[in-house]
Structures are given as structure tokens and as C-alpha cells.
Unconditional design. Structure first.
Length: 81
């Protein structure tokens, strides 16, 4: 279990570094119009917007699945129809 946590953490950290390097490259080497198209008009908060979107999508999916499971098991007493 410790190995798995280590490798997942390492993968996450490498992903963060890769994304930040890619973003820095795009900022440095693309014209203004293209950069605004790729990063959006608010270039300084791309990571925050992305994280907010991912968390929102995760919570929406979680609520949907929770509702589905509640409907299936709470109202039917765990029986399968």
C-alpha cells in the first residue's frame, strides 16, 4: 500500500511539473492571440479554473452516483428487483 501511495504521489507531482512547464512554454513562445485562445482571457488563473472545474465535475458525478445507489438500495431494502 505504501508503494502504491508513493507511485501515485510521484505521478501526480510529475504531472504538476509537466503541466507547469508546458504552460510556461506556451506563455513564452506563442503570440498573444494564440495564447489567449489556449489559456483563456484570464491567463494567470488557469490552474485554479481547471481545478475548480475538475472538483465540480467530480462532485456532480459523486452526487449522481450516490443518488442512484440510494434509490437502488435504500428504498428497496437492498433487494434486487
Amino acid at each position: 500500500m505504501v508503494k502504491r501511495i508513493f507511485w501515485v504521489s510521484l505521478g501526480f507531482a510529475m504531472g504538476v511539473v509537466a503541466v507547469s512547464k508546458a504552460e510556461a512554454y506556451v506563455r513564452a513562445n506563442t503570440p498573444d492571440k494564440a495564447r489567449q485562445f489556449v489559456l483563456g482571457p484570464d491567463e494567470d488563473h488557469v490552474a485554479v479554473r481547471t481545478l475548480r472545474g475538475l472538483l465540480g465535475e467530480f462532485n456532480e458525478t459523486r452526487r449522481s452516483r450516490e443518488s442512484e445507489l440510494n434509490e437502488r438500495y435504500a428504498h428497496h431494502g437492498g433487494r434486487r428487483d
